[in-house]
Ligand binder design. Structure first.
Ligand SMILES: NC(=O)c1ccc[n+]([C@@H]2O[C@H](COP(=O)([O-])OP(=O)(O)OC[C@H]3O[C@@H](n4cnc5c(N)ncnc54)[C@H](O)[C@@H]3O)[C@@H](O)[C@H]2O)c1
Length: 355
């Protein structure tokens, strides 16, 4: 079992990582919260795979527990679903001593975390992430929230969980597409902070669910996130490094959404990481050959890397439509070589040159 201690502001909590951990979570929760009721929030996919048996195991462990399920997918990170869950907790009589457990991917984690942040002005939360992205990234660090019709993640709160339980064996049921999306974020972690992990990715490509290699990468990503969040909980400095590849990636996602082209967040970030590094090389900000190395790793892990099929003017329109980038200056993340990343402030107009 690996155990990491996360520190963010005054909050401190443990992140447990072990294959097969889910079975022991009900007993651990009973020890942590002996008098509490547990509201398990999940989605319909994860609910039928793991949620019902998890809720039954909680009852067996002596924890009073209810399962609340939402439709799978980004659409559930909405004000409507959020309000519905708050009402359901109230109708079930949940009080301030009770606990919300998020059992699912990043959508459920963000939504359930925000419910916990707001219900009765805040109740305790635990995260039980079930996608690769959620296990390496979104379940730790305390960012919670929902989307608004005007844009993604426009409402939310920082609300740190009381514990995070990562069971990598749950990744065995993940679709290939969802697994690849998580791999894109894993490659990002290697690129911003871990040259050795990047070299392993160069040698082996993606490691399958259930392998020791993947488990060790999950722990390495969580350690990087732990250090970054400890230095910058509220995302005003170093935490922005986690946005590597995301500015161009968001532009590509928007362009594809407008044209009804298939695209996922992880794939768009993969293309964005390669594109911005090519530009950084041209400007002398990155070591020659870095973009080529990134492209090779992405190719090996089954992810796209080539931006040439997409119209750059349209990607740019997708970038500036984002309200968060309307300021005069834009903070870009540049990887100068694998394992070394820096923030680079540019005038918004000059950012176009990075495409
Ligand atoms: N809070 C943060 O710091 C943070 C960081 C990065 C991303 N995010 C958010 O995360 C969200 C994306 O999360 P995601 O990629 O995990 O997507 P997701 O939660 O939509 O999960 C993807 C799909 O996998 C299914 N699924 C989940 N676990 C499964 C399992 N073990 N077996 C089979 N199917 C499973 C889900 O039902 C869903 O259909 C976005 O909303 C993004 O904004 C948040």
């Amino acid at each position: 079992m690996n155990m990491l201690t996360m520190r963010a502001g005054s909050a401190e909590y443990s992140v447990y990582v072990e294959r097969g951990l889910l079975k022991s979570v009900p007993g651990r929760l009973k020890e942590m919260f002996p008098e509490s009721r547990l509201a398990v929030i999940t989605d319909d996919n994860v609910g039928s795979l793991y949620g019902q048996s998890f809720a039954a195991a909680c009852e067996t462990a002596g924890l009073r527990c209810d399962l609340f399920s939402v439709a799978p997918g980004e659409g559930s990170k909405s004000a409507g679903t959020f309000a519905r869950l708050l009402s359901e907790l109230a109708q079930h009589g949940y009080n301030r001593a009770d606990v919300v457990a998020a059992l699912g991917g990043g959508v459920v984690g963000d939504l359930a975390g925000f419910v916990a942040a707001v219900y009765l002005r805040g109740v305790k939360a635990v995260q039980i992430p079930t996608t690769l992205l959620a296990q390496i990234d979104s379940s730790v660090g305390g960012k919670t929230g929902i989307n608004l019709p005007e844009g993604k993640n426009l409402a939310g709160a920082f609300h740190q969980p009381s514990a995070v339980f990562v069971d990598p064996s749950l990744l065995g049921t993940l679709s290939e597409a969802d697994f690849a999306d998580g791999m894109a974020e894993l490659v990002k972690y290697a690129l911003i902070r871990d040259a050795e992990m990047f070299e392993q990715l160069e040698r082996f490509g993606a490691a399958p669910a259930g392998s020791d290699m993947l488990d060790s990468w999950i722990v390495r990503c969580l350690s990087i996130k732990r250090d970054i969040v400890a230095a910058d909980e509220k995302d005003t400095g170093e935490r922005m490094l986690l946005n590597f590849g995301h500015t161009i990636g968001h532009g590509i996602e928007r362009l594809c959404a407008a044209k009804n082209l298939p695209m996922t967040h992880g794939r768009a970030v993969a293309i964005g990481m390669t594109a911005i590094t090519s530009a950084a090389e041209r400007m002398g900000l990155a070591k020659a050959g870095t973009a080529e190395r990134i492209a090779c790793v992405l190719h090996k892990t089954g992810l796209p890397y080539d931006i040439s099929a997409y119209d750059k003017d349209e990607i740019w329109k997708g970038i500036v439509v984002d309200k968060k980038t309307l300021a005069d200056k834009l903070t870009l993340v540049i990887v100068s070589e694998p394992g070394r990343a820096m923030l680079h402030r540019v005038a918004a107009a000059d950012a176009r040159n990075f495409l």
